[in-house]
Design a protein around this ligand. Structure first.
Ligand SMILES: [Zn+2]
Ligand SMILES: [Zn+2]
Length: 392
């Protein structure tokens, strides 16, 4: 049996206990005091010197010199009351329903195993325990604070559990070469008109009218400016404006969600939304300011690196337990890392519908098959060691 698969299995009880403890804290965003203290204390007990990066991120390294491979796990939960009914369920109105508790615990065990093998490492492994994935802000905060530098990261591997679907059987590892997720951007258009009494509308500038024309004009981008083969969404999900039916609206605002799977199309959409909002507003004698509230690029896995990781996992797992798949929906802020260095996100199945796991991620009833988690720890460690062996 493969060394790391065997060792991770030996450490399975420690792994599950850690996962349950992290699960019971279920902290949000950048506000992770207990989770941070737990991760830091565990890493110290394994012989590391962990440091804080990017508000509430934690990092440390093992090995020396050579290529640097980064292993990433996210740590934050979701703001929803848990309904799993498990004895270790969070009681604080939050819920680890995306499985980031599993990621953190799996990476801690991988860190323990890699420290035990430090003398044999052919390069360096850097750990990235990340806050605020659900806010799509944690990876960016750690990148801005230098997680990819000193030592400079060459490649990055992230892992996410998948559960509650037909194809998420326990222990299966899946990878996606190339584009994996869409980008997601939130844009606010604030329209300034001129409010006057409704009886003298000709003296005013109607911000609601400008908002209405803007919404229609934005849809033309999809109809006339984007190839029909290119997926893209420009959704006005929120609109506000005016104060009473007998006044010309002084202000209005639109909030827009933009999604696509190509970096070029993402940039084009952002540019055209700004141009159209500003020019429609000026056509009707008002003004518009366009603000990018938050967002992230599409997750583009490096095809060669993703397949290489799949190959290393396949060396360790039974035949048929590693699978190449196509793009999935959703968003993932590991995209910010994979934009800077060749990277890949791989997926560990932790329960399919046939196995009785019927609640997917972000469902407050989600449960995972904890007996599959050791495969995640082993995959992190195996991929790191094998990459350094073949590339240093
Ligand atoms: Zn999530
Ligand atoms: Zn997640």
């Amino acid at each position: 049996m493969n060394y790391f698969l065997n060792r991770a299995k030996e450490l399975e009880q420690e792994l599950i206990a850690m996962r349950r403890e992290l699960h019971s804290y279920a902290e949000l965003g950048f506000d992770l005091p207990k989770t941070n203290a737990f991760v830091t204390e565990k890493l110290r007990s394994y012989g590391y010197e962990p440091k804080t990066v990017g508000k509430a991120g934690v990092t440390c390294t093992v090995g020396k010199g050579g290529k640097v491979l980064l292993l990433r796990a996210d740590m934050d939960a979701l703001p929803m009351p848990e309904e799993s009914g498990m004895p270790y369920a969070a009681q604080n109105g939050h819920c680890h329903s995306c499985g980031h508790d599993c990621h953190t615990a799996m990476l801690l065990i991988a860190a323990k195993m890699l420290k035990e093998k430090e003398g044999e490492l052919k390069g360096t492994v850097k750990f990235m325990f990340q806050p605020a994935e659900e806010l799509l802000a944690g990876a960016a905060a750690m990148v801005e604070d230098g997680i990819l530098e000193n030592p400079k990261v060459d490649v990055a591997l992230g892992l996410h559990i998948s559960v509650g679907m037909d194809d998420t059987r326990s222990g299966i590892i899946r990878y996606i070469p190339g584009v994996a997720n869409n980008s997601g951007d939130a844009i606010r258009i604030s329209i300034q008109g001129h409010g006057v009494h409704g009886s003298k509308a000709y003296l005013g500038v109607d911000a609601i009218n400008i908002a209405a024309h803007t919404i229609i004009a934005l849809q033309e981008i999809l109809a006339l400016e984007i190839p029909s083969t290119q997926p893209a969404v420009v959704l006005v999900g929120k609109m506000e404006g005016g104060s009473s039916c007998n006044s010309v609206a002084d202000t209005a605002s639109l909030e827009i969600s933009v999604r696509t799977n190509s970096v070029e199309t993402r940039n084009f959409l952002k540019k055209r939304i700004k141009e159209i909002a500003e020019s429609v507003a000026s056509t009707y004698r008002g003004t518009a300011t366009v603000e990018h509230m938050y967002g992230m690029p599409p997750l583009v896995n490096d095809p060669d690196f993703a397949r290489e990781m799949g190959r290393y996992a396949a060396e360790m797992l039974p035949q048929g337990d590693v699978e190449e798949i196509g793009p999935s929906g959703g968003g993932e802020d590991f995209a910010v890392v994979a934009e800077k260095v060749p990277g890949a996100m791989i997926y560990l199945g932790v329960g399919s519908t046939a196995e009785g796991y019927c609640h997917p991620g972000h469902d407050p009833k989600m449960k995972v098959n904890e007996e599959a988690l050791y495969v995640g720890s082993a995959t992190y460690a195996q991929c790191a060691v094998r990459y350094l062996e073949e590339n240093c």
